[in-house]
Write a protein that binds this ligand. Structure first.
Ligand code: ADP
Ligand code: MG
Length: 358
């Protein structure tokens, strides 16, 4: 296993910059998830690490050694793709052991590695089958088995679960994490799915348009997004983004929407227009007249919880609560923010201002 170091990496396709100065240090044994919308450069970054694309500028290190010029096969990394890329004419056992046999690994070693990986992945009874006789989830397990038997320096995953249905995805998320716990292997996992990122990552790297937007634990990105991109991308239902104003007055410094005071913020907060980010579950509904007044637009039960869509002075707001509510469209309600539940962003840049206290 190995650490991966990325400094100042840039990549262009023709005149188009795809990665613009990526700096990232991945620790030995860490599970890092690259997340962002389609086309933001996640796969390109993974392919640069694997050596499948050339690096235009910057340096890539694996276990402390510069590997920019090293061929993919000499980097000792294992990739797992969305398309499982299994050989259709080979059995599960032959697919999994192919790389070892290519390297002329002794037969008993191949057999031992195969047995260990099949046991870990629950594939013992399927080793003589061909891929066409397997389900999608089983094929994905074989693809992982093929990576595991090689004992690589690190695992690179590119959207490995995208072809599976929702329930199987949930199960495989859990299995990949368990596997990581057992193997302790450095892993870089690419997905466009923020739920996968939140549930699987030790650290998340949120990317947009070839630029890293924020690196941190799932809780850090969720609670203190560095900018409006991260605020909007991480979390479902999404963070509310509202236009308001910071007012410094006799009663202290407050955030207001329309005339209504929503929260107190630290006295140092810059007065003037401000963009607010509030997680739906951080908003409590109260009786009309208690807090800011909003109107119910739509009530959406999800079983676990209820999402209430509100109109707050012309701005849409969502709340999320596990209480069973009997609210009707058109009804007025009061609205209060929970302490610590407010993010402030500069309207002109979308960058986080301060960790405002509500
Ligand atoms: P992601 O994996 O985040 O969806 P990619 O890394 O695949 O994004 O692609 C990033 C950008 O680079 C996209 O705009 C894509 O169209 C472009 N791109 C990817 N591969 C190539 C290529 N071989 N030639 C030209 N453009 C490419
Ligand atoms: Mg991709």
């Amino acid at each position: 296993m190995a650490a991966i170091g990325i400094s100042g990496i840039e990549k262009n396709y023709g005149p188009i910059p795809v990665l613009r100065g990526i700096d990232l240090d991945i620790a030995d044994g860490e599970f890092v998830v690259l997340v962002g919308p389609s086309g933001c450069g996640k796969s390109t970054l993974l392919r640069l690490i694997a050596g499948l694309e050339a690096i235009d500028r910057g340096e890539l290190r694996i276990a402390g050694r510069r590997v920019n010029e090293l061929a993919p096969k000499d980097r000792d990394l294992a990739m797992v793709f969305q398309s499982y890329a299994l050989y259709p004419h080979m059995t599960v056992a032959d697919n999994m052991s192919y790389a070892l046999r290519l390297r002329r690994t002794p037969k008993d070693k191949v057999a031992a590695a195969l047995a260990a990986a099949s046991a870990k992945l629950g594939l013992e009874r399927l080793t003589e089958r061909k891929p066409r006789a397997l389900s999608g989830g089983q094929r994905q397990r074989v693809a992982m088995g093929r990576a595991i038997v090689r004992h690589p320096q690190a695992f690179l995953f590119d959207e490995p679960l995208s072809n599976l249905d929702a329930r199987l995805r949930e199960q495989m998320r859990f299995e990949i994490r368990k596997l990581h716990r057992d193997l302790g292997a450095t892993s870089v996992y690419v997905t466009h799915d923020q739920i996968e990122a939140m549930t699987m990552a030790d650290r998340i790297v949120a990317m947009n348009e070839g630029v890293i937007q924020q690196v941190g634990t799932p809780a850090e990105l969720y609670d203190t997004p560095a900018n409006l991109f991260v605020a909007g991308f991480i979390g479902s239902p999404a963070m509310n983004v509202l236009q308001g104003e910071v007012v410094a007055g006799e009663g202290g410094t407050t955030v207001r929407i329309g005339g209504a005071v929503l929260a107190s913020v630290s006295p140092g907060t810059r007065p003037g227009p401000v963009t607010l980010g509030v997680r739906p579950e951080r908003i409590a509904l109260t009786a009309p007249g208690d807090g800011a007044t909003a109107t119910v637009e739509l009530v959406e039960p999800t079983g676990l919880a209820t999402i209430v869509h509100l109109d707050l002075g012309g701005q849409p707001v969502k709340t999320f609560t596990t209480e069973r509510l009997s609210l009707k469209a058109g009804e007025p309600v009061g609205l209060r923010l929970e302490a610590g539940g407010l993010s402030l962003f500069a309207p002109e840049t979308g960058e986080r201002l301060v960790a405002a206290k509500a």
